[in-house]
Design a protein around this ligand. Structure first.
Ligand SMILES: C[S@@+](CC[C@H](N)C(=O)[O-])C[C@H]1O[C@@H](n2cnc3c(N)ncnc32)[C@H](O)[C@@H]1O
Length: 283
């Protein structure tokens, strides 16, 4: 299955604009902005991505056009579709950049709703500061294009279960009325999600760690299950080692992953190959 895509043909007989298909279930080697410009509008159900924030790591020195990325993401997201933007802040001489918030405000400016601000809490924390508490989280901004069209809430066991006398309403005289009721066994998870990171935390795929910033497979999986259904299109414009794509594939969603680095695209392909998927790198 593919997506319609406009391509500029600059030379030769058929010079001009042509339409071609972008195949889903592939990793593409490209700058994400130029790739998204080729994609048709309103076609992506869910984007899960983590940008190279504040040049914290030098991903082979590639340029990052944030504002254009936000604009294109809005254009290609379906009505009711979601973008999960996973980001932390760098600390410059004791001063947090707050790039995360600046970017969230910009997503609002281009038309997204800030549907939720979730926390990705790390169970194990590799970086320490001597004069502040150890940072153990990143943000997961949940941007929606209009009202989310899909929400399959992940449930968690309640702490207190069984029979209890519950307050049901106030009587006219202002006194609470109590009746026997059954406490719920499950409730919707909170918006702080906790994951172990690193090898055997984020993933057990050793190959993934040739990339410097792999996020947890379970994080991608939890968002995919929450915001999409089988057959939906999941997109990662900066897919790194391919975590989002791998989890989309495993849950019978279609996927497109893009990275500007050939080295990282090959890592992603290698991970996906284990699940028996893509054979050669597309451009
Ligand atoms: C934080 S990493 C993503 C890691 C990924 N979530 C994973 O689990 O492996 C950010 C990625 O963005 C890629 N990148 C940076 N600029 C890009 C651009 N303009 N277009 C596409 N990818 C880009 C980098 O090569 C890097 O792999």
């Amino acid at each position: 299955m593919g997506l319609k895509c406009a391509v500029n043909v600059k030379e030769g007989k058929g010079a001009g604009k042509k339409e071609k298909m972008i195949k889903t279930n592939n990793i593409y080697l490209s700058d994400c902005v130029s790739f998204m410009k080729r994609m048709q509008g309103d076609c992506v159900d869910l984007t899960i991505t983590s940008p190279p924030y504040d040049n914290l790591r030098n991903y082979n020195g590639y340029h990052f056009q944030f504002e254009e990325i936000a604009k294109q993401l809005f254009r290609i997201t379906k009505n009711g579709g979601i973008v999960i933007w996973v980001i932390g802040d760098k600390i410059n001489n004791g001063d947090r950049t707050l790039t995360s918030f600046k970017q969230a405000l910009h997503f609002q400016k281009v038309g997204f709703n800030v549907h939720d601000v979730m926390i990705y809490k790390k169970k194990n924390t590799p970086f320490m500061r001597s004069n502040a508490y150890t940072n153990c989280y990143e943000f997961m901004f949940v941007f929606s294009k209009g009202k989310p069209k899909t929400f399959n809430p992940i449930l968690t066991e309640t702490k207190r279960q069984g029979r209890e006398k519950l307050v049901v309403n106030k009587r006219a005289d202002g006194i609470n009325r109590k009746v026997w009721g059954i406490l719920k066994e499950e409730k919707t998870k909170t918006n702080i999600w906790e994951y172990a990171v690193g090898l055997h935390g984020s993933t057990s795929d050793k190959i993934a760690f040739k990339h410097p910033a792999v996020f947890p497979e379970k994080l991608a999986e939890d968002h995919i299950l929450s915001w999409t259904n089988e057959g939906d299109l999941v997109f990662d414009p900066m897919c790194g080692s391919g975590t989002t794509c791998k989890m989309a594939k495993l849950h019978n969603r279609r996927y497109i992953g893009i990275d500007i680095s050939e080295e990282y695209c090959k890592i992603a392909q290698e991970r996906l190959k284990v699940a028996g998927i893509q054979k050669k790198l597309l451009h």
